[in-house]
Structure formats: structure tokens, C-alpha cells
Design a binder for this molecule. Structure first.
Ligand code: GLN
Length: 201
């Protein structure tokens, strides 16, 4: 298998911490701000930040169409974290418009305001591991279609889901020093199947 070529969307939000997480794994990830920087990538992280702002910048820099095209062509795996996860999902009737790649719908700011942000150690069932998860004005997964599967929950809430070539976390895996999910993302054979692990009740 050829080596992954990894990029982190760096329009707004928590891109630096993702780059550092990959660097800690010895992976030289590149910042992506232009269509040219997408060329040759096999893996792209869409970080947390502010989804409306990231949406506008994706349009402004003409990145949205190319990300969607390369993903649909099976060339680009994408890991969306927090805002990135919101944007990967389908529309919920609220701004911003979503990319509609992941068969799930996420509601922005569904835990409340900034002060309702929290950190919790969660057991990630599908990975058979525990991870300290940082939730910052996090979204909640409101719908999961047959094209996606829930890999982990915190209580009743789905917090990690996958789809073909897609991984989405409602929290910030880059803000702790455990690079478990960055390692996981680089091995799509571990998460790329569609068969459900859990179903959403
Ligand atoms: N509340 C932000 C949004 O709507 C997401 C927050 C985050 O990425 N930490 O996009």
C-alpha cells in the first residue's frame, strides 16, 4: 500500500493541533488552503472551529467542489472533527449548508453555550480503547442513515461515526496528547466498512 499523503484544512479553527498530532506520529501533514494543496492528498482533516466561517471560506477559495469531487471519486478520505463533522453531514435546515457526504445529520451547538463545554473520558467501543474527549460547543448527531455507523457513544449520544471514506467526531481529538484517532484515521481498513456496529435508537 502506498503511504498516506495527509492534509489539514487550515482556513479557520484548530488546524495547528492536528498538524502537531500527525507530527508526533512522524507524519508530515500539510496545511491546505488552496485547490493546488489538495493535489495528491489521500487523507484530509477538516478541523473544528466555526462551521459557518469554514463554509464561507471553502466557497471563497473554491475548495468545496474539489473536496467533494475527490472524495466521491474515492481518492480522498476525510476526518471531520466538531465543525468539520457538522459540515460533512447532511443539511438540517439551519445554516451553514453542509457537504452532504456523510449519511448523518448533526445539530450545531446542541449541548448549549461555550460554558457548557466539557471533557470526559469515554470508552470507544469500536476501538476497544478509552480516550479523553474534549467537547467545545459540540454538535449532537441527530440522524444516522444506513450509509453510516456509530463507532462510539457518550451516554446516549453518538460521538464518533464513520461512513465510506469518512470519519467524524463531535469532539476534538487533537486537543489531548493521545493521537489514537489520528493513527486510526490513517488506517481506513479499520473503520471504512458500512456494517453497523451500533444502531441509533
Ligand atoms: N459550534 C461550532 C460550530 O458550530 C463548533 C465548535 C467546534 O468546532 N469546537 O461550528
Amino acid at each position: 500500500m502506498s503511504l498516506p499523503v495527509v492534509g489539514v484544512l487550515a482556513l479557520q479553527g484548530a488546524s495547528a493541533a492536528h498538524l502537531a498530532a500527525f507530527a508526533s506520529l512522524g507524519v508530515d501533514a500539510r496545511e491546505v488552503r488552496s485547490r493546488e494543496q489538495l493535489t495528491g492528498l489521500t487523507h484530509l482533516v477538516m478541523p473544528g472551529g466555526e462551521s459557518t466561517t469554514i463554509h464561507h471560506l471553502l466557497e471563497l477559495f473554491d475548495l468545496r467542489r474539489e473536496i467533494v469531487r475527490r472524495h466521491r471519486a474515492g481518492e480522498l478520505a476525510i476526518f471531520g472533527t466538531c465543525s468539520g463533522a457538522i459540515l460533512l453531514g447532511g443539511d438540517d435546515g439551519e445554516p451553514p449548508p453542509r457537504l452532504g457526504l456523510l449519511d448523518a445529520v448533526l445539530e450545531r451547538n446542541a449541548y448549549g453555550r461555550q460554558v457548557d463545554s466539557f471533557t470526559r473520558v469515554v470508552r470507544l467501543e469500536a476501538l476497544d480503547a478509552e480516550l479523553r474527549c474534549v467537547f467545545i460547543r459540540a454538535p449532537k448527531v441527530r440522524e444516522v442513515g444506513p450509509g453510516a455507523r456509530v463507532l462510539a457513544r457518550d451516554g446516549d449520544e453518538a460521538i464518533l461515526i464513520s461512513g465510506p471514506g469518512l470519519l467524524a467526531a463531535t469532539f476534538h481529538p487533537e486537543l489531548t496528547d493521545d493521537s489514537l484517532l489520528h493513527t486510526y484515521f490513517l488506517r481506513p481498513e479499520l473503520w471504512n466498512a458500512v456494517a453497523p456496529v451500533f444502531s441509533v435508537g
